[in-house]
Design a binder for this molecule. Sequence first.
Ligand code: HSE
Length: 412
Amino acid sequence: MQNIAVIGYGVVGSGTVELFEKNKEEICRKIGRDCGIKYICDLRDFPGDKYEDKLVKDFNVILNDPDIEVVAEVVGGATFAYDYTKKLLAAGKSVVTSNKELVATHGAELFAIAKEHECNYLFEASVGGGIPIIRPLNKCLAGNSIEQISGILNGTTNFILTKMIKDQMDFDSALKMAQELGYAEADPTADVEGHDACRKICILGSLAFGKHIYPQYVHCSGISRITLDDVEYAENAGYSIKLIGTVKPEGEGKISAIVCLRLVEKNSLLSQVDDVYNAITVRGDGVGDVLFYGKGAGKLPTASAVVGDIIDCLKHKDRRIMLDWEDCTDRGYVVPYKQIENSMYVRIKAENAEALKPAIGELFGKVMYLERNGRPDDELAFITPVMVEADIDSALEQLSESAEIASKIRLL
Ligand code: HSE
């Protein structure tokens, strides 16, 4: 039975077809019946491609074919993919996706359509590439009240940071390499500026806490402002610098979520996660800390999750898989990040920086000063105590009257 279609024949789409065809016999055994890819939909031509006979350009061919039970949407973006997904679900066809932008922006609406039409919308590949995280969170950890989810959620930026810090590669060369390896988004700004990680933490938080967290309410910053001076101060003090997404409950039914660079203690597991690898720690009130680790991007790792979802849909023919969350339009659900407590690494520049130490003590209380080889006289780096971020900012504003605030990075 040719009952599967793949929309989008890029990195993830071609990986999905390759992995499925490679393991087809075993996959069919696991599903318990004969299954196969009937269509691959893409507007581009692929002359000489091994699966050229399956290629179609018209999405309606898939939509109108009653044989098609499940469609892998690996187009990306929230325009065409949104339209296709709504139509497919409304037609009762299950959809699986790696499209974190679509799930993070329209997930609640798409789950409702899937529910109404008794089909499934699965998205294991949307977070952590090949790492199983969505199902464990939804099933195995369901008995816990989740206290925090925190992790390295973007392979491209972790790869760039590793190359810059460990191999002294410049930013542009590292990014180019990540693109060549198929890790980066079509527009790598989404990776570099933290938007991709933001979508992923929104998906994890929505699943864990049951209400849709919209990315526009989540503060997010990327890796573009990192300097090797900061890396050196951090290393000397026993920290790595990583782009981390965090979501946690804040009481009264609210949550906080943020994506930003953070100083991570070197003896923690997250600080050991390099290259394209992602890692997500989930803290549950019963289980304690659990770590999920693996390749967070790339053709076959992501395809692994997509094919897993295809199999799950086919195993659950005409049955719903409960994997969703409610919509939430309450802007107040996400606590503003300025109200959250953090300890902050700060680097300042001032003509006689040492002379500012008493003022720094008055503004922040007891800070920890950091050192680096050949620290210039006009520079100081320190770590503040844990303070509400708005208070850190107002202290920094006062300090900025006598110094330039060169960097500030939150601690994990
Ligand atoms: N661009 C994404 C990343 C792909 O680098 O993590 C996987 O979602």
